[in-house]
Write a protein that binds this ligand. Structure first.
Ligand code: ADP
Ligand code: G6P
Length: 486
């Protein structure tokens, strides 16, 4: 990576995080690591080797490092102060919007000072995008952290074509209406020409929100807002289109990685180090209350107590990436999960035979692919998830035809991956039955299910998604979308 001076681009990505995070070790050595989460996984494979700019935060409080290049991609850091990190990132983004948009699994917190920080930081991102966007450029804004950027940017740069994609669910208006700043958020979003969502229901929730909160008129997928004469953000009249464009993974790239000799060898090694069990169950998530890890552990604990599964024949591996560790709800969740894992192992493990292997760590892509190859049953049980790329990665890695996917109905992925073992994670009895079916079903049936899932992901990969989004953005508004849904 080399440092370089300001230049403008025809395509600009704005996301809260850059694809890489800077970390400084105690001896002062600076390293850049891949940032966590599905947004970065997907966008990195789309943007790799494109001539474009990516505006985002480098993951630490303080002054922004200088812009630098990663191949053809210009990375343009935005600086967040320690207060911005607390109030904008941990506060409004991850303790107000995140829980509200995920079915209020934990109660959202509403603080006016966090809202001020959210506006302030959205302005910072707007400034940075306005600086690097060429005349008439396409700007692709991402996710819930930057919902005011579309309108802020339109006020500043009416020449731009602006799209926004929501990686997480968009809540029904009955929940969204709780938000004290609901009208301003929608006005912020309506600065975009096209708004992309994971599921048709998310797009519908947004359109219903515009009608009910703003009094905008909605015809099909087009929303027309007459504007307001209050001189505040997004006061001008707007027409925008909203549609569903479900995100995916770089299926071919991930399949190749999973098939590489290094990953195969590592998979064999992992299986041996687990004691060559007959069945490996696997969970891989950021340590987040949306992911249903507690419900999953409850089902596993009961299956062990019922004698339906037992180590060393069956073992469960839970990989939980550290996430948002200073937010109270995440700290509580970690304590609960670690106490539960400790209790389960105390009750059901024997010397040398562990019931639950729990890893609170991040790994490289190769290690993730090797873990997926080892998993006979993958447990993806979120209580709510915009998409869940882990489900798509798993079926892609199991190119050998083995494996089985247990998938929550409350994920965006479940809309597409109908041949998975679908489950309702709130129904512990049902979840246990589904896990047992995924373990015990006829291998030929399981292979057919996996083949159909793999086909689906291969045909709807991340490149198809990006192309569909950019095509819809290009056509909106006024002209019919070339392709509304992948
Ligand atoms: P989210 O975006 O909510 O974290 P997704 O399932 O959509 O959920 O995406 C998670 C991404 O992070 C996937 O690409 C997955 O492989 C990766 N990932 C999850 N856990 C780990 C981990 N412990 N180490 C490295 N990568 C991980
Ligand atoms: C999800 C969100 C992303 C976010 C990621 C990791 O994928 O949609 O916007 O970047 O989680 O969360 P973090 O708070 O670490 O950025």
């Amino acid at each position: 990576m080399v440092s370089s001076a300001a230049r403008t681009f025809d395509l600009v990505i704005a996301a809260n995080r850059l694809p890489v995070d800077r970390s400084v070790s105690p001896d002062g050595t600076v390293t850049w690591r891949t940032s966590p989460g599905g947004l970065v996984t997907a966008m990195e494979s789309v943007m790799h080797e494109r001539e474009a700019a990516w505006v985002g935060w480098a993951g630490f409080p303080g002054e922004a490092p200088d812009p630098f290049d990663d191949g053809l991609l210009r990375l343009h850091p935005v600086g967040l102060t320690a207060e911005d990190v607390t109030d904008f990132y941990e506060g409004f983004s991850n303790d107000t919007l995140w829980p509200l948009y995920h079915d209020v699994i934990v109660p959202p917190t509403y603080h006016r000072s966090w809202w001020h920080a959210y506006r302030r930081v959205n302005e910072k991102f707007t400034d940075a995008v306005a600086e690097v966007a060429a005349e008439g450029a396409t700007v692709w804004v991402h996710d819930y952290q930057l919902q005011l950027v579309p309108a802020m940017l339109r006020d500043r740069r009416p020449d731009l074509r602006i799209g926004w994609f929501n990686h997480i669910p968009f809540p029904p208006v009955e929940l969204f209406a709780q938000l004290p700043w609901r009208a301003m958020l929608l006005r912020g979003l309506l600065g975009a020409d096209f708004l992309g969502f994971q599921r048709p229901d998310d797009a519908r929730n947004f359109l219903r929100g515009c009608r009910s909160v703003l009094g905008a008129s909605v015809k099909g997928d087009v929303v027309t807002w007459q504007g307001a004469d209050d001189g505040r953000l997004g006061a001008g009249p707007r027409v925008a289109r909203a549609g569903s464009v479900p995100i995916s993974i770089d299926a071919e790239g991930f399949r190749k990685l999973a098939d590489s000799p290094g990953v195969r060898a590592r998979a064999t090694e992992i299986r041996a180090s687990l004691g060559d069990p007959e069945v490996v169950l696997l969970g891989v998530d950021r340590l987040d209350y949306t992911k249903g890890i507690r419900h999953r552990l409850r089902a596993i604990e009961e299956l062990l107590a019922d004698g339906e599964i037992a180590p060393p024949q069956v073992t469960f591996v839970q990989v939980a990436t550290p996430s948002r560790e200073r937010v109270e709800a995440y700290r509580t969740l970690r304590e609960q999960i670690e106490a539960t894992v400790g209790r389960i192992n105390g009750d059901f493990s024997h010397l040398g035979d562990t019931a639950v292997h729990y890893l609170h760590q991040s790994y490289g892509r190769e290690e993730m692919a090797a873990l997926f190859k080892v998993a006979d049953v993958m447990l993806v049980t979120p209580l709510r998830d915009g998409m869940n790329l882990v489900a798509k990665e798993y079926v892609t890695a199991r190119h050998d035809g083995g494996g089985a996917l247990v998938l929550s109905e409350f994920t965006g992925a479940a809309e597409e991956m109908r041949s998975a073992y679908l489950c309702n994670p709130h129904d512990i009895a049902g979840l246990k039955e589904t896990i047992l079916r995924a373990i015990r079903d006829d291998p030929a049936l399981k292979r057919r299910r996996m083949a159909s899932l793999r086909r689906r992901v291969r045909r709807h990969d991340v490149q198809t998604w990006a192309e569909a989004f950019l095509t819809a953005l290009d056509a909106a508004p006024g002209k019919p979308a070339v392709r509304k849904e992948v």
